[in-house]
Every structure is written in C-alpha cells, then in structure tokens.
Write a protein that binds this ligand. Sequence first.
Ligand SMILES: [Cu+2]
Length: 211
Amino acid sequence: MTRATSAGIAAVLFICVNALAGGLEATVSTPAGKPVEDAAVVIEPILGAAPKPRRIATIEQRNREFMPYVTIVQTGTLIEFPNHDPVKHHIYSFSPAKLLEIKLYAGKPVQPVLFDKPGEVALGCNIHDWMEAYVLVVNSPYFAKTGRDGKALIRNLPAGHYRLRVWHPRQKAEGPQRDIEIGGTTTRLKLLADVTPGVVKPKPPVESDTY
Ligand SMILES: [Cu+2]
C-alpha cells in the first residue's frame, strides 16, 4: 500500500468515526426548577466494554479546601492529592468503595491512589473538619459534571445504547436510571435531582492553624 493510499484510508476512517459520534447535553435542576451544580451525569454503554481509563485525576488541597468538590473518574483511575497549602493535611475515606488514609503530609504524596471499585467515596481531613470532597467512581469513560447553570456536556460519544444516571453528593435519593440512544447528533435532556442545600461549615482563620 502506498503512503498516499493509507493516508486516504485514515482520512475516511476519521470521517466515519466523526459521523457516528454524538453528544449529550443534560440540564439538571431541582424539582423547584433551580439549576443543580456539581451533579454527575454518567452514561454507561449497555453493550460492549468501555475503553480503559487513560488519565490521572487530581484533587488538590488549596486554601484548606479540597478542589474540586466533586470528581468523577472511571474505575481503574489513579488520583493524585497534591497539597498546595503551607500547612499539612491528613486525608481519609471510610467509604467501602475506597478506604484511604494519607497521613499528615505536605507537598505531593509520592504515590497516586488507585480507585479500583465503582461507588461513592467521601473524603475528609483529620485536621480540618470543614474539608469535604466526593469522588464518584463509575464503570464508564462517558461522564460530565454540571456547572453553575446545571448543564453538563458529554462529547464524542460513539453511537449506541447507554444507561443514564444522575448523582449528587447531597441528593435525597438517587433518581431512576434510564436507557438512552445516542445517534450522530447531540441529544438534549432535562433531568431532575432533588438535593439538600450545601452548608458552609465554620472555617477558623489561617493564623490559628498550627499544622
Ligand atoms: Cu486538612
């Protein structure tokens, strides 16, 4: 095969893949119609295995908070926990999907942490009670998190059958899963999540922090 022919085949394949890729734009709101931020919109392929996770995710500690508040990863993803603060953190999880403890540390822990079971993981810090973050581990690479406007966009979805779920750390109950069909265009859906309002926990001034 000449180089020109293989380049031609590659171009055709690229066009075909594009033609079969679709997207999902979901808008998540409360039953009262308020946009829900930090909701996970996840779709899992019903048939066939999902591609393996490729990236390393990061949950930073900055200004004595976890950033971000919600992280969604595919099962098998490594997460790093760099501490950018001048004080130490001591982070933990008692969640069955991932038991975790990184004892008092500064800077970047040597080893990233493998999240190898699907489920919800609640993170806290032994030193700073108000620090709170969540990881949702899912058996799919196709997910997005809603912004302040309640919108989440999942791009480049291979056409096919998927099961859709919406999750939020403060949801009163997880909504029903539903099956959706993704074609060559963007599917737009309005979804509901009944969540309790966030509570701002008291955070003492930096000067009082001796760690
Ligand atoms: Cu801390």
